[in-house]
Design a protein around this ligand. Sequence first.
Ligand SMILES: [Zn+2]
Length: 231
Amino acid sequence: MSSVKFKYQDEIYVIQKLVDAVNALCKDMGKSCTCTSGYRSLEKQKIINAQKLAESKGNYQVSSGAVYNSKGQCIAAAFGASNHCFCIAMDVSDEWFKELTNAQLKKYGLVKPMDYEPWHVQLLEHNGISDVQKEQIRDSVLKGVDKDMDVKEFQAITGLTADGIAGPKTKEKAKEVLQCCQGILGIPNFKTAEELIKGTQSSPDIWLPLLKVITYFDSFLMNIYKKMRGE
Ligand SMILES: [Zn+2]
């Protein structure tokens, strides 16, 4: 089916309504396209602005980070100011897409706000929204992205007192959860050295008799196993 694909996986965090609108357009046109730029983190924007600056000799950058071409047109927004940073813009560089006019896009609730960037598309409803509204959209789209669970959150979801301190009860719960996670991930849970040898060695018969001969061989194996599991 015709749809839009993202070129970079770290840029897929774009408001779903915009992606849906571009997909509806693709479906009607019977053509797929590639989003060459979607969400930009500040780090990514710095890289892109540096690339834009280097593209042509006449291009120049101002202190805000914005890059202009020799005609004085802004070709890369100030750091943190691009609508790409707020998850409300997509760049689609396929030729057929660049040829589309705003009159054609209107039906899908889409607009190309800058006539000199025929690849840059946004939702019509985002025309003229405030920075606060943009921040709200960005925060809702990025919710949960790249977010590690901290001790407090772990305690909250496992029904412990959420004090953020990894005390004995929290550590005990972490062990329980770890076993559950290993089960989900299909990581075997060996309880004895015998189980470990049988489960991991292609010729367990060589090793099993050694358990009876070598003192502490079983403890030795289990200690290595526990270290590898992060216990
Ligand atoms: Zn753009």
